[in-house]
Design a protein around this ligand. Structure first.
Ligand SMILES: [Zn+2]
Length: 217
């Protein structure tokens, strides 16, 4: 599976475009906007059909391009976890805030993601891993075959997602990162913001893991 990335929107959330080259089926993860650059990236990736729009969580900077993207790919199915589904309807929960209540268009969830769900894209498969902590319903997407994990705002280069927003929980985030650390060192990490990394590098150098282990002493 080929993976391409484009940072979108005011908060430069990483949107990932995944294509199974053998079939031309593709997936867009976390469209924080839908501009011409995203549409040409989808095109250049060799995608003939966007099968799914997958959401790692419901914060507005990861979801705000969904409806526009669906205008271009009306058959794409939008998938999010049950706890974060409410973010697709509520500016309070997706953190856009009340001042945007009149302009925010609700987003329809077609599929509810659960732990260990397998998402087929052509001959490739992504596995869902529930990783709450940054939000109630954060999930990661794992490709065992291509050895990568899309971590949303759960795990970043050298650090981890914030837990001070609605639904955030330190202990849950800690457990979620432990689950990610079960992956082997070679897994590429494609985070929701900033640059990519690997599980091996984060195991050694991640500030969040170091501080957490320090406090456990
Ligand atoms: Zn977030």
């Amino acid at each position: 599976m080929e993976v391409n990335c484009i940072a979108l929107g005011e908060y430069q959330a990483n949107c990932y475009v995944l294509c199974d080259r053998t079939t031309g089926e593709g997936v867009v993860v976390d469209p924080g906007d839908c501009n011409n650059q995203l549409l040409s990236l989808i095109n250049l990736s060799g995608i003939k059909t966007v099968k799914y729009i997958l959401l790692t969580h419901g914060h507005f900077d990861h979801i705000i391009g969904v409806n526009l993207l669906k205008e271009h790919f009306p058959n794409a199915l939008t998938a999010i976890s049950e706890p974060d589904k409410i973010c697709l309807k509520s500016v309070e929960h997706n953190l856009l805030g009340e001042k945007y209540a009149d302009v925010f268009e609700e987003i329809k969830a077609d599929i509810i993601l659960k732990d260990k769900d397998l998402i087929k894209i052509g001959q490739s498969t992504l596995k869902v891993l529930e990783t709450p902590g940054h939000s109630r319903g954060s999930v990661c997407f794992i490709s065992e075959k291509d050895k990568f994990v899309i971590t949303g705002d759960t795990l970043f280069y050298l650090t981890a997602g914030r837990t001070d927003l609605d639904g955030g929980d330190d202990e849950q985030l800690s457990n979620s990162i432990d689950k990610l650390m079960l992956l082997d060192d070679l897994f590429a990490v494609y985070p929701g913001h900033n640059k990519g990394t690997t599980i091996g590098s984060e195991r050694k150098r991640n500030r969040y893991l170091r501080h957490r282990d320090f406090y456990k002493l």
